[in-house]
Design a protein. Structure first.
Length: 768
């Protein structure tokens, strides 16, 4: 057996193993490099009569941890120690310790709901709070009530322990690995430097480092790795990649000693779980490529976002494991100070359809650490019913159970099930469309991984687009030739992106839209296919319109057929009257939706957040009943006044325009509009020169809340965002002034902006 080095967690292992037998839940907060991932799981597995599972948020972390332990214990991977994630599995009947990705673990839980052969489940890197993390914990906590012998261990380096302690009341261990000092370096807050390419900034940072320092560089993804590698060449050191999709041999090269200085280009997988020996310097791009969910179709895609403070701290800590080190952050210190402290739990923003199906399979027996938002949960339940995975009572049916076994999300799994009897050619077309247009994978990975699906050549010659309809039944839209737009089943009118050409069909699936609400990805479908969908997607409503009673067959908000009936109100029974009134409430609901887009609604959202008042609950009390007259028609003349008066009364608002004005007066003729978005704090936006003479940040709420100032530079691009004008004038402005004076000499750049006149150009000063 190879000689193992001493790690900070080693003295605690015996006590942790003992407590894992005495307590139902343990919480281990151990700093990076302590050895919690590679030492503790096997120690527990050795002394357990059953098997042990470790859940990791990423494939590479699961794989490398298993390989590291097997190597230390002189085992062959896949025997005593193994790993399992989507499309890759290394286990055997001898396996005592298995590393899973959280998503693959949930798939196992679906067909092995009791985990009878498992004694301990460890959730590593719990602070990352992926959707699968929260769902795994919720399922395990519920299972633990039925199986008190099942032990749960949560491990993290940066977790805030107070909230989790209130939730599960675990036995807590805090272990700190000795850290050497890491010197932090930031870029100056100068646009000419901050706007350089990532390759330029990285190369300059490396050139400032000690040439003997092995360096870990965090970049968003493989595309950036290739660009940076090409930019660096081989003169500064030997370049390695660390990425989840690399072969095992290429991954291991980054972890092994090299003949000269190592430069490792890695994604955020190197923040935690995987320790890279010998690193003395870190270069942090400040960006990570993370999974986000489309609010339009619920599908996930990768998008670049700034990392949080906790992630930045984790990254910097990689340089101080064995000796003093350095970290170069490729962003300004003010940028770091403005970032969020921790990642928002994914359950608060993700599509929940997969989770709804799992919950239904477990008879909704999930014990949530962070409950999913009620509105999003109900929307996901409705979608699950519409694609046929749940019955009318919300119970999982055989189709839903089959969907849960598939390796893709609910929509795409439903689509592939519908295409299971298609010919091989139609299946290939479908998979190619999903790979390239929906998942953005042009490497053919999905095609290779779904080889079994393709090998079964069916007899059904239905077009591949028909299968997509089953998974996206809620995305049907009717094309209007005259208006050249789409009427979506949700009731929205969608513009058509200029790149969409030759639209000849009456019906399409709108699979994605742009930020400007333009349809950008559509698939033509035949109307007759809609009538084959189970459950039947149409409804029949009676509505009063222009004094006439109309019976409409509708797909959501799309009218498929319409018949005019005689309206004799006095002859209608109570049930018919009620039905008509309810169906006629649609214009009211549309009016509500329109009103929510108005600036006034943004003020209410901000007020309710600031005063901690339940705006969502108040909105539910709005009713259309008072707008129906005796004839059953709906009057919308006073709806806006009704909204304003009712909400202001229920939210206890007085003098709203004084407390939350629509404009801010900066003196003289300078009056700027105040924007009240529903997803962030109120702000004003103007040229920096408009704020000359302002000694402090403008406020609202009678001076209790500072506005966010978006200061626009001469290039009409954001120059600075701040809520502390005093500090900005004193420090940051003075740093930026030299550069802007050089690049824009005609503009007015005073030494004391808080005392200056609000002039844009120097010539405006003449005669003043």
């Amino acid at each position: 057996m190879k000689q193992k080095i001493q790690l900070p967690i080693d003295p605690f292992i015996d006590q942790i193993v003992k407590d894992s037998q005495d307590y139902s839940t343990l919480l281990i907060k151990a700093s990076p490099g302590s050895g919690k991932t590679t030492r503790l799981p096997w120690a527990i597995a050795q002394r357990s009569q059953k098997n042990v599972l470790v859940l990791e948020p990423r494939r590479l972390a699961a794989k490398l941890a298993a390989i590291r332990i097997a190597d230390e214990e002189n085992f062959k991977i896949g025997e005593e120690i193994g790993y399992h994630f989507r499309f890759e599995k290394k286990t055997s009947p001898k396996t005592r310790l298995t590393f899973y990705t959280e998503g693959t673990f949930l798939k196992r839980l679906m067909h092995d709901p009791t985990l009878e052969d498992i004694s301990v489940v460890i959730l590593d890197e719990f602070h990352e709070r992926h959707l699968e993390t929260d769902v795994s914990l919720a399922a395990l906590m519920s299972l633990q009530k039925k199986r008190p012998d099942l032990k749960i261990i949560l491990m993290s380096a940066t977790l805030e322990t107070n909230a989790i302690e209130r939730f599960v009341k675990p036995k807590l261990f805090e272990i700190t690995a000795p850290n050497f000092p890491v010197t932090l370096h930031y870029l100056p807050n100068q646009p000419s430097i901050l706007n350089q390419s990532l390759e330029q900034k990285i190369k300059k940072a490396i050139e400032q480092l000690d040439p003997t320092f092995d360096t870990l560089i965090f970049v968003p993804g493989m595309r950036e790795m290739m660009k940076v590698s090409d930019s660096l060449g081989s003169s500064l050191g030997e370049v390695f990649f660390l990425h989840a999709d690399l072969d095992k041999e290429d991954q291991e090269k980054a972890l092994l000693p090299a003949s000269r200085r190592k430069i490792i280009l890695a994604t955020n997988i190197a923040e935690s779980s995987v320790t890279i020996p010998g690193i003395k310097a870190v270069i942090d791009s400040g960006i990570q490529r993370e999974l986000v969910y489309s609010p339009w179709n619920g599908l996930s895609f990768l998008e670049d976002h700034p990392i949080t403070k906790s992630s930045a701290i984790q990254r910097a800590g990689r340089a101080g494991r064995t000796s003093a080190g350095a970290c170069y952050r490729l962003y300004a210190e003010m940028d770091f100070n403005e970032r969020a402290d921790h990642t928002i739990p994914e359950i608060l923003k993700a599509d929940l359809t997969d989770t709804v199906l799992l919950s239904a399979q477990m008879n909704h027996d999930l014990y949530w650490y962070t409950p999913p938002p009620e509105g999003r949960w109900k929307k996901s339940q409705e979608l699950a019913f519409r694609i046929g995975a749940l019955d009318e009572n919300g119970k999982l049916n055989s189709l839903g159970a089959e969907i849960l076994k598939m390796p893709l999300d609910t929509r795409l799994s439903r689509t592939l099930i519908a295409a299971s009897s298609y010919t091989k050619d139609e299946k290939k077309k479908l998979l190619r469309f999903i790979s390239e247009e929906i998942e953005g994978d042009r490497s053919g990975t999905l095609m290779r991984r779904m080889a079994d699906f393709l090998n079964h050549d069916g007899t059904d010659k239905s077009p591949w687009e028909k299968a997509l309809l089953t998974g996206f039944i809620d995305q049907v839209a009717r094309f209007r030739q005259k208006q050249h737009d789409f009427i979506h089943s949700s009731g929205k009118t969608l513009k058509i992106h200029p790149e969409l050409k030759e639209l000849h069909q009456d019906f399409y699936l709108v699979l994605d839209i742009s930020k400007r609400q333009e349809a950008v990805l559509v698939v033509p479908i035949e109307e007759e296919w809609l009538y084959d969908i189970i459950p039947f997607p149409f409804s029949e409503d009676e509505e009063i319109e222009d004094g006439k009673l109309k019976r409409k067959t509708k797909l959501g908000s799309i009218v498929m057929d319409e018949t005019t009936l005689p309206l004799e109100w006095e002859k209608l029974n109570a049930e018919s009257r009620t039905k008509i009134l309810i169906s006629s409430a649609t214009p009211f609901r549309k009016k509500v939706d329109e009103w929510k887009e108005a600036p006034y609604f943004g003020k209410l959202v901000f007020w309710s957040k600031h005063q901690k008042l339940p705006l969502d609950e108040v909105l539910k009390t709005l009713s259309a009943e008072s707008f129906f007259n005796d004839g059953g028609s709906l009057s919308l003349a006073h709806v806006e006044d009704y909204f304003k008066n009712t909400l202001e009364e229920k939210l206890e608002i007085k003098n709203l325009e004084r407390l939350l004005p629509s404009h801010i007066d900066l003196g003289g003729r300078r009056e700027l509009p105040i924007f009240y978005p529903t997803d962030r704090d109120p702000y004003v936006e103007a040229h920096i020169q408009d704020f000359y003479g302002q000694k402090k940040t403008p406020t609202i709420l009678d001076g209790k809340f500072a506005l966010t100032l978006n200061l626009i530079g001469p290039d009409r691009k954001p120059m600075q965002i701040t809520r502390d004008l005093v500090n900005f004038w004193a420090k940051t402005y003075q740093e930026m002034k030299k550069e802007y004076t050089r690049d824009y000499p005609r503009h007015y750049w005073p030494d004391k902006p808080d005392e200056a006149k609000p002039f844009l150009l120097k010539r405006h000063l003449e005669g003043k």
